[in-house]
Design a protein around this ligand. Structure first.
Ligand SMILES: [Fe+2]
Ligand SMILES: [Fe+2]
Length: 271
């Protein structure tokens, strides 16, 4: 379907996500996402043509390589702002990632699309919580450089829903579960209690996102007759996913529905 042939965005949930996804301004993107109605009707079967410009991104922050980003001591406001800026950037990417699966991949059950729109709205909330906190500290989203490794993985996996779900929610977002307690400790130790409270909200909701990733990953594995554990190892290698590092947040991972077999493998081998 070309863009000119599309029905109005408001009449179909899978089309409606394109508006926030293509929006360039970060705060507007978050607010447009929060305004999406999860209950819109949707056509799960239609293959929606790439509208171009996915995802809309602001001119700032400048995107640089992962390795050129340098942390600063957290006992300075700038050091804390740098860390919070990196989290805001992850949340902005997470909005786009959740919206992207909704238009891009057809043929999934209706509940799949509604799950990811709900998740996109939680990501929008996370982004705004951090962005407003940055503003309260005298900083803002966009003023420091950021990296693009989350969207790189989205690009690499755009041809296969199994790879996308396997490697984005249940790998990259699950890494967020592992990292969260340490990041929260650092911010709280530096005296930023408000950031600590925000990270508690984010962690709780992120467990739900990873759980949705696990649920839909298993759904697609089952539909294709694939073993979820062996297939995951293959996906990691085929798509050159970033290595996971201990310590793992096993409690959060269990809550998010990882099987003991997967957690044991993780503990024994890393990935
Ligand atoms: Fe989030
Ligand atoms: Fe998330």
């Amino acid at each position: 379907m070309s863009r000119a042939e599309m029905p109005p965005l408001e009449t179909d949930l899978r089309l409606a996500v394109l508006r926030p996804l293509l929006e360039k301004n970060a705060v507007n993107k978050a607010e447009l996402t929060l305004a999406l109605s999860v209950d819109l009707p949707l056509d799960a079967q239609v293959q929606i043509a790439d509208p171009g410009g996915v995802p809309g991104r602001p001119a700032q922050p400048v995107l640089v390589s992962h390795t050129s980003l340098k942390a600063k001591p957290l006992n300075t406001p700038e050091g804390r702002a740098l860390l919070l800026h990196a989290i805001a950037h992850i949340e902005l990417n997470a909005i786009d990632l959740a919206l992207d699966v909704v238009w891009r991949f057809c043929g999934m059950p209706e509940a799949f699309y509604r799950d990811w729109v709900r998740i996109a709205k939680e990501e929008a909330k996370h982004f705004l919580l951090i962005q407003k906190h940055l503003v309260s500290m005298g900083f803002d989203y966009g003023q420091f450089p950021a990296h693009n490794s989350l969207w790189d993985m989205a690009e690499r996996t755009k041809g296969d829903i199994l790879a996308r779900i396997g490697l984005v929610p249940r790998t990259m977002e699950a890494r967020g579960l592992d990292a969260s307690p340490g990041v929260k400790n650092k911010l709280v130790s530096a005296g930023d209690m408000a950031a600590g409270r925000i990270l508690d909200i984010i962690l709780e909701e992120e467990i739900g996102h990873v759980a949705a990733g696990n649920r839909w990953y298993r759904h697609v594995c089952q539909a294709r007759g694939l073993d979820p554990v062996a297939t995951y190892r293959e996906l990691i290698q085929t798509y050159d996913a970033p290595k996971l590092k201990s310590p793992y947040n096993l409690e959060a991972r269990r809550l998010a529905g990882f099987e003991e077999e997967e957690l044991n493998y993780l503990a024994a081998n890393g990935l």
